[in-house]
Design a protein around this ligand. Sequence first.
Ligand code: ADP
Length: 359
Amino acid sequence: MFQSARLKLTAWYLLIAMIISLSFSTVIYRAITNEVTRFEKMHRERIERGIESGEPGFKMILRMQQDTLTDAPDSIGARPFRIPVSPELIKETQERILYILILINGIVFIASGGIGYFLAGRTLQPIKEMVDEQNRFITDASHELKTPLTSLKTAFEVYLRGKDKSVKESSILVEESLAEVNKLQTLSESLLQLAQYEKPNGHSHFKAVHVTQVIEEAVHKLQKIAAQKDVTIFKTLEDAEVNGHKESLVNLMVILLDNAIKYSKNGTAIQITSEKKDNSVVVSVTDEGIGIKESDQKHIFDRFYRADTSRSKVQTNGYGLGLSIAKKIVELHKGSLQVKSVEGEGSTFKVVLPGSSTT
Ligand code: ADP
């Protein structure tokens, strides 16, 4: 598809280049031909006038001409009169110009074909990358959607095949199915969020937002989950304002904090800090969890990427979408998101956001 689009675009470039080149050539050809004809006419008239008036210089030209001409005599015996700029010379000049213009157009054709092909490739490259990315995304998303759907289908089929279903069996099936449905819901919500943040101007209604409010809201949402794991959340907050979309920023903090809890060992602590630095606001989330391998660190922001946590025995049901959504939110706010982590010791995610002008 890419190749045929590239060839089509090359053909269009070539067509445009050739239309321009041929138009210029026609204009040049006409202009030169007119100029040569006008010059020939002017020259001939001048010589004829000179011969008629019998000026000595022109008489000499006439004699020289008659002496050198080899043409056959005309009907009254006189040799034909030929003047220095003859129609043959004009024709020859025209032919030469035509030849040069054809040559130039040939060169233009070959050069613009080559350059057009190269430029078409360059023009289409970002589109190709985008299409490849979209295809990869669709494949990954379909795969992730397929897994819970398949297990739902299997559970229902097994249930239907069995006879005399007890109430207990039925409620187990409903519970398991509900868990799969919840997974599907989480996944579809994450996919929707990702799609929303990928839109240019996904959230253009920015206003001054207090960072402490954002952090407090996120902590409030996850307090229960943290308590279930006996994870304590400590906060060292300096208030600052950023220009942004509050819900998205809360979402960003929820993702980082949720991961910190999810990948923490029971009974450990999480530290959240916020501080103003130059014209920026820096928010960090540090955990004492399983940490991230150095080789995984550069990939964790990719969609659907999940680091191998099998050795840490941490069971997670994430889809590898959280950090890519977080990254999109940070990019939307023209900030940056970095990770520092030591395997087995813990991780720090640092968000740097430009401070609002009133900060
Ligand atoms: P998931 O839903 O799988 O957590 P994310 O995109 O949020 O997806 O994270 C991608 C991967 O990065 C996770 O699978 C996990 O391996 C790793 N990760 C993210 N945050 C942490 C953390 N605080 N500690 C350890 N590993 C983390």
